[in-house]
Design a binder for this molecule. Structure first.
Ligand SMILES: Nc1ncnc2c1ncn2[C@@H]1O[C@H](COP(=O)(O)OP(=O)(O)O)[C@@H](O)[C@H]1O
Ligand SMILES: [Mg+2]
Length: 197
């Protein structure tokens, strides 16, 4: 039985990839965004940022219940995907995978999703700064955190990498968190001004 967290900035491909992995490897998926958007967990709508403000404590309790149900079921893999998947207490998961995306590509993906300009830049900046990675690092996990660059890979390639990680096959060292630094890349190309004032 394995509980896998797939985290990452919006647009990195969490929902699409989780669905694909679950179809190939027969896993159950919990999509935190979808769950958080169900009325019971929403406390307020932030108009300016077009986002829901969630009652996190309530949501965590609910997710823990779902995990406990899964642990009593006969299913073997549970994927929990969401950009705030770091809210789940450490003792409830075995594997953490972070999806990453190069800033210009991420911008394109979020634009084609029709996000507001401010929301796009906020998310791209967050990806450049590695916020999701930092949140996960703050959890001081005793398990390795894997990181996959989705910028130029196909859904199939990414799913294959994830399935290898879940099945505990020999994992490429490049997939261990810490190799990707968009800020440094932008700095080297003198392009930080494209995303920060
Ligand atoms: N590896 C990829 N290659 C091309 N497009 C991608 C890739 N990953 C995600 N996308 C596109 O980006 C958008 C967001 O994907 P989604 O799975 O909803 O991301 P998330 O759940 O992380 O927000 C979708 O339109 C999807 O087709
Ligand atoms: Mg999603």
């Amino acid at each position: 039985m394995k509980i896998v967290i797939i985290s990452g900035t919006p647009g990195t491909g969490k929902t699409t990839i989780s669905k694909m992995v679950s179809e190939i490897n027969n896993a159950q998926v919990i999509s935190l965004n979808q769950m958080a958007l169900s009325d019971e967990y929403i406390t307020k709508y932030d108009k300016k940022r077009e986002t829901q403000v969630i009652d996190t404590d309530k949501l965590i309790q609910y997710i823990i219940e779902l995990i406990k149900n899964f642990q009593q079921s006969s299913e073997s893999i549970l994927i929990i995907e969401g950009h705030f998947a770091d809210i789940i207490p450490n003792e409830y998961f075995d594997i953490t995978i972070l999806l990453r995306c190069e800033p210009y590509e991420l911008m394109k993906r979020l634009e084609s999703r029709g996000y507001l300009k401010e929301k796009i830049i906020e998310n791209v900046q967050s990806e450049i700064l590695g916020n999701c990675a930092n949140y996960l690092l703050q959890k001081s996990l005793s398990i390795p955190i894997y990181e996959i660059d989705t910028s130029t890979s196909s859904f199939n390639e990414i799913s294959e990498k994830i399935i290898k990680i879940i099945n505990g096959n020999k994992i490429d060292d490049d997939l261990i968190l810490g190799k990707i630094d968009w800020l440094e890349e932008l700095f080297q190309k003198d392009k930080i001004g494209d995303f920060f004032d």
